[in-house]
Write a protein that binds this ligand. Structure first.
Ligand SMILES: [Zn+2]
Length: 609
């Protein structure tokens, strides 16, 4: 390629175009500013990556534009692009110049040029995060610091030549940290495999430095100016955290949280959230969340936080609304269901979700779905009293319905009042009961409620409920003036038929009592004294022994005895005691074998006399 210059120079590996311009000017024995003016480009513009300035330099130097621009910064808004990697102003060393003295020494050694022209600054030395020469395993040494922009532009590496050996002797020997090696790999286009690949170069640098500094120095503010060694260690510590990917980051955050939980601050207030626990880290991420470049990092941390703290819809994390709730605390549950904390604690204790009942209600967190179900069951479930009202059944029938499994209850909280009934399940039960019930109308006068039918048919109410559910009755009706089970009516004969009751011979005590106008207790006593013969038979439904009296036996007894009361009624006397006195006067006394009973019996034979 044609070049107007008599003295030319090859461009060196990793050499930025501005550095090359300085050397080319020196080779032609002029200052770079004068040189650039003569050659028709602006040196400042070359420094900031102006394509026209670079193209002009390519023209005058005879170096191809691509080769020249390879290590040049290209300004992109407020950021810079270097070898395809995005940098920002914090990535660059501004007021400080560092070099590898060994690289410079080799430049002199391997070149025929004068040392001032042979030595050149490498592009990676301008990056703050890189403090080690990977070629010589040497910490970069500070050549100049606190430079103004003008001084920095005019600073020449030639000034180092006399003290190169001294610098080499004083340099720290170390290999690049894993973090530096990773950044160099990215810069040089070598294969990398790290979670940090998700971030732009500058964001990866800052993320590793932020987490590394936090892990080394904790939440307390780190020294204002980290020493080179601290900076090196912090970058590497941060890189080690990110090496484990999102999982490693989560493990680190867990470690921070665990350490914080031992602190006095936490013991004073156990409800402290991530902004206090992660402190500086949280504040920086909160600021980062406004920049697209950091969003993958902010998302991983936010995703971790919702699995450790009770955040849910309505809350904000890093300026973004939380979409899904993973965890609940007692407080968030009590707010959600508008019930007291104490009630929530009782429910969670019953559900076995509180690891140490009673003592961790302030800071414990629980699986959101499971805890919500538990509290919802308790809050929306009916208490037994309410369920009785809902079904409209008396307490004893309710107990039987529960006992025999017609309705189920579940334990939702501690204590005797801790059982609940699902309204939906009670509805299903009622629906099955009323499946083909019709409104009561003319002709249904003989029908009776379940409890009356139970008494009438000597069958338990639950047995009748079972035959209703089994649809064994010919007719089921309901009264429109009542609700719930109390409104259901059945024909007692239907019930008896449904039970296929074998007709038990004889009369019951109650029937005998009604027929003879004697109190049932007295009838039983007569049976006990063997004055009235009865046999005991098992009831086909409730399986209890039932006393039966043969009609002939009843006739015999009625023919043999009468009571004072019946006699008085028969004779239409006002008072039976008067009759007793009259009879006594005539020497008629109550039957001896019945003495001691609550009713006075006479033998009809005695009365005839
Ligand atoms: Zn070196």
């Amino acid at each position: 390629m044609f070049s107007p210059l008599a003295l030319r120079l090859p461009i060196m590996p990793d050499e930025p175009p501005a550095q090359y311009a300085i050397r080319l000017a020196a080779r032609n024995f002029v200052d770079v500013r004068a040189f650039s003016l003569d050659m028709g480009f602006n040196f400042e513009r070359l420094l900031s990556g102006c394509p026209n300035a670079t193209a002009r330099l390519a023209d005058v130097s005879g170096i191809s534009l691509s080769e020249l621009a390879e290590n040049g910064l290209i300004k992109e808004g407020a950021r810079y692009l270097l070898k395809g990697q995005m940098l920002d102003i914090h990535s660059l060393r501004c007021a400080r110049i560092v070099v590898c003295p060994e690289c410079l020494r080799q430049d002199i050694e391997r070149s025929d040029l004068p040392p001032a022209t042979a030595m050149y600054r490498r592009v990676q030395w301008a990056l703050k995060s890189i403090g080690t020469c990977e070629k010589h395993n040497l910490a970069l040494v500070t050549a100049a610091e606190r430079l103004s922009q003008w001084d920095r532009q005019n600073w020449s590496v030639a000034s180092l030549e006399p003290k190169l050996h001294e610098l080499i002797d004083g340099a720290t020997r170390r290999s690049p940290s894993h973090f530096e090696a990773y950044l160099l790999d990215r810069l040089k286009g070598r294969q990398t495999n790290c979670w940090l690949d998700n971030l732009d170069f500058f964001a990866a640098e800052q993320a590793a430095q932020l987490f590394g500094t936090f892990s080394l120095f904790g939440n307390g503010s780190p020294p204002r100016d980290l020493s080179d060694a601290d900076f090196y260690a912090a970058g590497n510590a941060g890189f080690e955290i990110f090496r484990g990917g999102a999982h490693g980051l989560g493990a680190f955050l867990d470690r921070v949280q665990k350490e914080f939980s031992r602190s006095k601050t936490f013991q004073r207030d156990r409800t402290l959230g991530p902004s206090t626990i992660y402190g500086r880290l949280h504040a920086r991420l909160s600021a980062y969340s406004k920049e697209t470049a950091f969003l993958p990092l902010v998302k991983v941390v936010a995703d971790h936080i919702v699995t450790r703290f009770p955040y849910g819809p309505g809350d904000f994390l890093f300026h973004k609304p939380v979409q899904v709730r993973k965890l609940h605390s007692v407080l968030t549950l009590s707010r959600l269901f508008k019930v007291s904390n104490k009630r929530v604690v009782k429910v969670l204790t019953t559900g076995g979700m509180l690891p140490c009942p009673g003592c961790v209600d302030r800071d414990a967190v629980f699986d959101a779905a499971e805890a919500e179900d538990l509290v919802r069951n308790e809050v929306l479930g009916l208490t037994q009293a309410n369920a009785e009202r809902y079904l409209n059944v008396p307490k004893n029938l309710m107990e039987n319905l529960i006992h025999e499994g017609f309705v189920r209850r579940y334990r939702a909280s501690t204590g005797v009042q801790g059982y609940r009934f699902s309204k939906a399940e009670l509805d299903r039960f009622l629906e099955r009961m009323f499946l083909d019930a019709v409104p009561a109308g003319p002709g249904s006068e003989a029908a009776m409620s379940i409890s009356r039918a139970s008494f009438h048919c000597r069958a338990s109410a639950t047995a009748i409920i079972q035959i209703i559910l089994d649809r064994k009755l010919r007719w089921i009706g309901y009264r429109e003036d009542l609700r719930g089970l109390a409104s259901l009516i059945v024909h007692p004969q239907d019930v008896i038929d449904a039970f296929c009751l074998p007709h038990l011979d004889g009369m019951t005590v109650a029937e005998v009592s009604a027929k003879l106008h004697i109190h049932p207790m007295v009838v039983r006593e007569l049976i006990k004294r063997n004055l009235l013969k009865a046999s005991s038979k098992l009831h086909p439904v409730n399986n209890r022994p039932s006393l039966r009296i043969a009609p002939s036996e009843l006739e015999r007894f009625d023919a043999e005895y009468t009571t004072l009361f019946n006699l008085a009624r028969q004779l239409k006397l006002d008072h039976h005691l008067k009759l007793k006195a009259i009879l006594a006067d005539r020497g008629i006394h109550p039957a001896e074998e019945t003495i001691g009973l609550d009713t006075t019996f006479y033998k009809r034979l005695d009365l005839q006399s």
